[in-house]
Design a protein around this ligand. Structure first.
Ligand code: FAD
Ligand code: FES
Length: 383
């Protein structure tokens, strides 16, 4: 790559000659360097465009993604970006990619990057600010990504009224999928947005508050602390709840579900050097068992199918992951189920399986699916 500065732009831009015009055919991508910055160069409809090369979610190299029309899909978790604008068009990422100027001159392709954004690999879409004169309130129940994205989309689309996000969580919206993969992660590193972000964009975030009822006729919700909050428009984005075990003994101390940051921390602390039994061999159970395999004194998994992930990913992948986990000393009891959990002084001691096997246990983690948190939706339905 050769670099030069455009006349009059010496201070602002770095420009690189990145390839010959006919190096790429329509529908092709190439990773190129401008300064020290990796750039995704794309050719569609005969035209070149250039955007950041790394996914704004978890930095996957987009060159390994799939380009369809003007969209590149991330190879890791499927976020989609418009290659002309860099805008994010599908989640799980939140931010867009930086987009860069491209010029084709005398059969050569040049990409220019503003020096200030040379190290920037993501971009927050522009948002309007709140206007206190706009007497309209959108109330968002839930502090998950659905609620957060709704708040951001409203501001991106010039909504200037009041936005209130109410969540019973202790944390602002955070990366929940991480909770089964790294259970001892620090809370500050999992937040989807900093607290400044909410302030800057006029999004009121009310944590540790549960909505206990919705009165759609009067357009008001009631919170667990007794406060009534009126709204003009309401979003119920209360997500799912982990399904608890229902066998005898499932109320003993040491029987856990994993659905929040606090649950993850609690399970991690309870399992250190202890015997863990994980019930359920799909994503949550397998991820938790994998993480705990070198922290608990033993990890045993109980599943109802022949192999883990059998229903979602099929027996071949199931068998392979089971062998990988066995190498980490995780033991499996498959084609089985829990009939009873026995305790001593109110605390878990043993897990009894259908097959008659009795497993020693200090902690039992249920990863047996979830169900919709539809308490508030039911209220609406009946109204
Ligand atoms: C441990 C774990 C690991 C996961 N791993 C993955 C993964 O690897 N890949 C993947 O795609 N998905 C994963 N998921 C699922 C993913 O987290 C969810 O699909 C996603 O969080 C759904 O977002 P949501 O905003 O709809 O709901 P949620 O994130 O569930 O948010 C719901 C919010 O509503 C709040 N709430 C509920 N009721 C009330 C009320 N009455 N009043 C106030 N607030 C209320 C909750 O506190 C919460 O803040 C995982 C989930 C968990 C629990
Ligand atoms: S890293 Fe791209 S979607 Fe997750």
């Amino acid at each position: 790559m050769t670099q030069h500065h455009e006349p009059g732009q010496e201070q602002e831009e770095v420009t690189g000659m990145v390839c010959q015009e006919d190096d790429l055919k329509d529908g092709e991508m190439k990773e190129v360097l401008v300064g020290d910055q990796k750039v995704l160069l794309v050719r569609t409809h005969g035209q070149y465009s250039a955007v950041g090369s790394r996914c704004s979610h978890y930095n996957a190299p987009l060159i390994n993604g799939i380009l369809v029309g003007d969209r590149v899909r991330c190879p890791y978790h499927g976020a989609c970006f418009n290659v002309k604008t860099g805008d994010i068009e599908d989640y799980p990422g939140l931010d867009s990619l930086p987009s860069y100027k491209v010029k084709v001159d005398d059969g050569k392709v040049y990409v220019s990057i503003n020096k200030k954004s040379l190290t920037m690999n993501k971009r927050v879409k522009e948002m309007c600010t709140m206007d206190a004169d706009v007497k309209h309130t959108v109330l968002l129940i839930g502090g998950g990504p659905a609620s957060l994205v709704c708040a951001e989309t409203l501001r991106q689309n010039c909504y200037q009224g009041r936005i209130i996000m109410v969540t019973k969580d202790t944390l602002p919206p955070y990366d929940k999928p991480k909770m089964s993969k790294v259970m001892n992660v620090d809370s500050s590193s999992v937040l989807l947005r900093s607290s400044d972000f909410y302030q800057q964009h006029g999004i009121e975030l009310w944590t540790k508050k549960e909505v206990v009822s919705v009165n759609p006729a009067d357009k008001v919700v009631k919170l667990s602390d007794g406060v009534s909050q009126p709204y003009d428009q309401l979003l119920i984005a209360t997500g799912c709840r982990a399904r608890p075990l229902s066998c005898p003994g499932s109320d003993l101390q040491g029987v856990k579900i994993l659905q929040s940051y606090n649950d993850a921390k609690d399970i991690y602390n309870a399992c250190l050097g202890k015997k863990a039994v994980v019930v359920g061999t799909s994503f949550i159970g397998m991820e938790a068992a994998s993480f705990l395999s070198d922290k608990a004194s033993s990890v045993v998994m109980v599943g109802t199918s022949t192999y883990p992930f059998e229903r979602s990913l099929g027996p071949e992948i199931g068998k392979m992951t089971m062998e990988m986990m066995e190498e980490k000393n995780v033991k499996f009891y498959m084609n089985d189920g829990v009939t009873e959990i026995k305790g001593e002084n109110g605390t878990v001691k043993e897990v009894v399986l259908k097959s008659g096997t009795v497993l020693k246990a200090d902690v039992v983690i249920a990863g047996i699916g979830n169900f919709l948190s539809q308490q508030l939706l039911d209220v609406l339905h009946c109204a």
